[in-house]
Design a protein. Structure first.
Length: 80
């Protein structure tokens, strides 16, 4: 498997994960947020973004969600 193929597969998996984390984001919004996170702030930044840059940006957005995600609640009396 070529490197670009694996990068693209990883990026698509990350997009699925971001869709689950941020269901309120439309696909276009998700791509725009990836471009902004990758530092592509100028008009047309999405067009200029490489797959590896988008994947790195997706990992940042996913990790930010994990940092701020609330701890799951445990019912009373069932603490580990």
């Amino acid at each position: 498997m070529k490197l670009i193929d694996q990068t693209r597969r990883d990026l698509l998996a990350a997009l699925l994960q971001l869709s689950a984390i941020r269901p309120e984001w439309r696909l276009g919004q998700t791509l725009a947020n990836l471009a902004m996170t990758a530092g592509k702030l100028e008009s047309g930044g999405v067009w200029e973004m490489e797959d590896d840059e988008a994947l790195a940006a997706a990992k940042i957005l996913i990790s930010q969600h994990e940092e701020f995600a609330p701890e799951p609640c445990q019912p009373e009396g069932l603490h580990p």
